[in-house]
Design a protein around this ligand. Sequence first.
Ligand SMILES: Cc1ncc(C[n+]2csc(CCOP(=O)(O)OP(=O)(O)O)c2C)c(N)n1
Length: 515
Amino acid sequence: MNGAESMLQTLTNNGVEVCFTNPGTSEMHMVDAMGRSEGMRAILCLFEGVCSGAADGYARMLAKPACTLLHLGPGLSNASANLHNARKANSALINLIGDHATYHKKYDAPLNSDVIGLSQPVSHWVRTAKDAPGLPSDAADAVVAANVRPGQIATLIVPADCAWDESVEPEAARDMPAIPKVSDAAVKTAGEMLSNGKSSILLMSNMALSERGLQLADQIAQASGARVFCDTFVATLPRGEGRCSIERLGYFAEQATKQIEDAEQLIMVGTKAPVSFFAYPGKVSEFYPAGSTLHTLAQVAEDAEDALQKLVDELDAGNFELRKQLLQKPGLATGELNPKSIAGAVAELMPADAIVVDEGGTAGSMSFPFSQSAKPHDWLTITGGSIGYGLPTAIGAAVACPERKVICVHGDGGAMYTIQSLWTMARENLDICIVILANRKYQILQLELSRVGAQSMNQKTLAMMDLSNPDLDFVKMSEAMGVKADRASTADEFNTLYLQAMNETGPRLIEALVD
Ligand SMILES: Cc1ncc(C[n+]2csc(CCOP(=O)(O)OP(=O)(O)O)c2C)c(N)n1
């Protein structure tokens, strides 16, 4: 067995079953081993940012890592923006990065680069394999590192000779790390705060946002009068019919600060104290009122659900009946196609157990509130703010959950970053409906321009945020990559196309023309 084969068998022995690949010459032995592996599904993506975004989506849905296969430093660099998003989502992910053979490095051949230096900012764990016999245990260590919950990014750099040289037997399944529990003191302090009569907020994210976590938070809220919020950008949020609802902090500082302006105390569960996405001249960065008391019940990597259960016990709140969301549909609009009519259709026709990948930008911002009382679904957001995450993440979610409909609501600007995703969706026949909100501009930046206090709204300035001239044709792009596509310019057209997409399986794109 060569190093690549033993490494691959070790990965599959440890539950890693999918690899999103974009290989080159230095990865040929890994490609060869993957081609002969029965346990590893290999999915070709036509840009490395699609590989990393897809692995992120997979991990968000299954809380376990997929791997990427990337070509030296440049391949990793192309993957980095979506690795950044995955890191902010606390997703479990393993990068397998080929490199020059150990003895070839010193020649500084064209593709030589500082792969470790490029890996570190987007990885929690980085290692370069030393030799082929060490590769199986390197791979097992990578899986363990990735499985530190909620999830970490483990990057294993594999020089070509480590892959092709003779290795040893693969490693068997390792024990994965246990999730640390919170201290009794953290629970006690939270209990005291929630009993002192002051106005309190529970802010939740990551592992706290499970269906059970939301139920426990609902009981805590009923017992104490605290209000429960989640971060603006969350990795996954279970919501809709039958789930306990949670308020979401707004994106703009003026929205979020208003939402929690009365808070005297904030208790964080699986997250940190909320701050503004950007700084703005003359405005504060913190969302929470100055002088409020902050307490962390559970750090991001701690067992938030267990902490919430202990807090329920502390407050004797376990008998409160859960306030579960009832199904309420908004109805379908007719006439003009606009963000509201699209959000209404998305909510109205949402199938049970759908997965919504939201990179809708400004035109998609109504989809979230409208679907609060839709059928049960999971909502995924752009955790790291690096646009172009939506289409790839939809791939990963669809691969992870083939029985569920994935709905990807996407701005046209963001979609252009990773549009190659459509080809992988077609090739793998993934059940994804993509709604492109074609406003033909970077609308958010036009808003931000005035918010930051910039003065020039002249043609030259606006041209830097305008996507017309020429207009992008998403129908043609989609068809060119094998995904059936149509354009809607009225609400009725959109409703018909969207209903068709919900009633069939496989990838389908709707370009929705909005202002
Ligand atoms: C990698 C990266 N590059 C640039 C940006 C800055 N940026 C934020 S939103 C945006 C435009 C998004 O356009 P679109 O998806 O069409 O949504 P809209 O703003 O029109 O609603 C840009 C360029 C970013 N967030 N990430």
